[in-house]
Design a protein around this ligand. Structure first.
Ligand code: PLP
Length: 377
């Protein structure tokens, strides 16, 4: 079954008694036991809640995973996954990582004896040379933020297999609709569901999918032990969001393609990073492996004063963090999402004081282009 259809089916058959077409919000902390030593399958909502379970089963199905897990945020999901490692373990990670992930690794988990090497994970030889006896995993983003580099998952997963490393893929930007990391050799996929999956800039949530049932059991043990679970309301909102994922993504990508072309032709825009454009370094690889090019665009203006002008003058496009929702948003990565990346690394990656990032929403594309036009000129 196609993912667009699977997404709509989530929770549809939960309640055969009433025939309700959406799963109820089970706003309960605990569950009555039918008898001594008996359980309905639910005992306490940290350990399991029917609304959350519906979301967890749904994302597992979309990703072709053994199990799915829902957390209070994307960061809570990532923190939970790091509990798979022990003091002394080393991880190789993509260098242009989401700022919050970088902060979690460097400022918190290094204190517990984990170490991280930041590399250009598109350079397989360099990654291979960096593998140490203590290396346990490679952590990548399938499409990076803000410069939209696309990972060669097949090549990285082959390297992981031959070195017995776990491959963890943050697939926030692409979602299962565009790419399924577990099909391409990843062991674990994760999502800030706050972004495209929930899709309405109204919920903070994190999701994890795990391919191997035994590994999934361990992830469940950590989820239940630490308890950073997603509440029933937010689980329900995330399910509702996922149902329209396919049409939102189709529309957002179509808008992004047109806006990227328009920006590329504008005299005051000096660079446009959009993998749907043929001149993007990863265009061909992404065309091979992904169903689409997503709806994120980064671009450079010809002078710094224009940054503030655009952020202040756009009317439809809001100056706000986050991405992936129906509303178009614009950010200035250097001082927002990437403030926690060391300045030298930021400079090397191309995140400078001329770079803006646009998350294209579902609005009418002519209106968005008109908004950018009046803000830039
Ligand atoms: C937003 C984001 C996160 C963090 O998720 P939250 O839901 O904000 O905690 C992690 N990875 C990527 C790629 C993101 O964009």
């Amino acid at each position: 079954m196609n993912i667009a259809t699977q997404a709509v089916q989530i929770g549809l058959e939960w309640d055969n008694r009433t025939g309700a077409v959406t799963v109820p919000i089970y706003q309960t902390a605990t569950f009555r036991h039918p008898g001594l030593g008996q359980s309905t399958g639910y005992d306490y909502s940290r350990s399991g809640n029917p609304t959350r379970q519906t979301l967890e089963d749904g994302i597992a199905r979309l990703d072709g995973a053994a199990r799915g897990f829902a957390y209070a945020s994307g960061m809570a999901a990532i923190a939970n996954l790091l509990l798979l490692f022990k003091s002394g373990d080393h991880l190789i990670v993509t260098e242009d990582l989401y700022g919050g992930t970088c902060r979690l690794f460097d400022k918190i988990f290094t204190q517990y004896g984990l170490s991280f090497s930041y590399l250009d994970t598109s350079n397989i030889a360099e990654v291979s040379a960096a593998i140490l006896p203590s290396t346990k995993a490679i952590f990548i983003e399938t499409l990076t933020n803000p410069l939209l580099k696309f990972a060669d998952l097949r090549a990285i997963s082959a390297l992981c297999k031959s070195n017995n490393l776990l491959l963890i893929a943050d697939n926030t930007f692409l979602t299962p609709y565009l790419l399924r990391p577990l099909d391409m050799g990843a062991d674990i996929a994760l999502y800030s569901a706050t972004k495209y999956l929930a899709g309405h800039n109204d919920t903070v949530a994190g999701l994890v999918t795990v391919k191997d049932p035994a590994l999934a059991e361990l992830v469940y043990f950590h989820q239940n032990s630490v308890g950073a679970v997603l509440g029933p309301q937010d689980s329900w909102l995330t399910i509702r969001g996922i149902k329209t994922l396919a049409i939102r993504m189709d529309r957002q990508q179509e808008n992004a393609g047109r806006i990227a072309e328009w920006l590329a032709g504008h005299p005051r825009i000096t660079k446009v990073y959009y993998p749907g454009l043929k001149n993007h370094t990863d265009h061909n690889l992404m065309a091979r492996d992904s169903r689409g090019f997503c709806a994120m665009i980064a671009f450079e203006v010809d002078r710094h004063e224009l940054v503030e002008q655009i952020l202040m003058k756009t009317k439809l496009i809001s100056f706000a963090e986050s991405l992936g929702g129906v509303e178009s948003l614009i950010t200035f990565p250097q001082v927002q999402t990437h403030a926690d990346i060391p300045p030298e690394l930021r400079a090397r990656l191309g995140i400078n004081n001329l770079l803006l990032r646009l998350s294209v929403g579902i609005e009418d594309c002519d209106d968005l282009i008109e908004d950018l036009h009046q803000a830039i000129d």
